[in-house]
Each structure stands twice: as C-alpha cells, then as structure tokens.
Design a binder for this molecule. Structure first.
Ligand code: SF4
Ligand code: SF4
Length: 107
C-alpha cells in the first residue's frame, strides 16, 4: 500500500467509530465538488441536512451527529471527509516530508 493510500485510509477508512463522536472530529465538505444531489442528507440517520453544510463549505457542527460515516461513504462526488486533529497532524507531517523530497527544492 502506497503512502497516499495509507493517508487516505487514515482519513476516510476508520472502521470503528469512537464512543464520543465529537472527539473524533467532524465531517468537512469541499463545496467545489458538491452537486447538491442530497444523498448525504437523505442517508443521515439523524436527519442532519448535510447538503446545506456542503453547499456552504461548512463543517457539520450539528451536535446530533453520531459519526456514523454514512454521508462520507455515500457521497458520489467524494465531497465529504473526516477531519480530526490527528489527521491534521498526519497531513502536516506528510507535507513536511514531501517538502524534503521535492525535486525542485534547492539544496
Ligand atoms: S452527497 Fe455529496 S455531492 Fe451530493 S449533496 Fe451531499 S455532499 Fe453534495
Ligand atoms: S456522519 Fe452520520 S450522523 Fe453525522 S452527518 Fe454524516 S450521516 Fe449524519
């Protein structure tokens, strides 16, 4: 498995959801990818209008979110992802490492 695949799995592939979703993080959209199909919200078991968040490019901050992952998994456009403080740390380290490996970077 390549580095990018491992990172993708770290970001989106968490099989086990924690007991306290708020500590896990939150669903974050990329508004530029959203086509407003509504699949995310239709499949949200607690009825959160995820599409409205996605359209505005806002994280899903509704406290009713149970971190089930349905919206992230079912979005046909890959608009939604999990964001956690751990993920941010991982991505920052990855970016640092990639900077070290940048062939255009001057020695
Ligand atoms: S499922 Fe994805 S593309 Fe469709 S409304 Fe939700 S975020 Fe947008
Ligand atoms: S993670 Fe689950 S509960 Fe939270 S907004 Fe998405 S579908 Fe709804």
């Amino acid at each position: 498995m390549g580095t990018l695949q491992i990172l993708k799995k770290l970001i989106t592939g968490s099989a086990k959801q924690p007991d306290k979703p708020r500590e896990l993080g939150r669903v974050v959209p990329d508004a530029s990818r959203c086509v407003q199909c509504g699949i995310c919200g239709y499949n949200c078991p607690v009825g959160i209008p995820v599409r409205d968040y996605a359209r505005q490019g806002l994280p899903v901050t509704d406290p009713a979110c149970i971190a089930c992952g349905n919206c992230v998994n079912l979005c046909p456009r890959g608009t939604l992802r999990w964001e956690t403080s751990n993920h941010v740390i991982v991505l920052e380290r990855f970016a640092e490492k990639m900077g070290d490996l940048d062939p255009l970077k001057e020695e």
